[in-house]
Write a protein that binds this ligand. Sequence first.
Ligand code: 9UX
Length: 72
Amino acid sequence: RTGKVELAIEGMTCASCVGRVEKALRRVPGVLEANVNLATGRATIRYLGDASMSDRLASAVAATGYEARPID
Ligand code: 9UX
């Protein structure tokens, strides 16, 4: 199935940060679309997969050095 998740991300201060986070998210298998908004500190991701995707996406962001938590 396809799903959509929003992550709250902490630590992004510039456009390069946004680029890093989007790149990390787009590399996660199953991700169809990932967009990060610097002003709101939110990432919106559309994916093909199950509900465990939100944790995998948050981990992928954490591995780049930013803190992320899924929002419902
Ligand atoms: Mo530039 Mo954003 O070093 O952390 S990538 S501020």
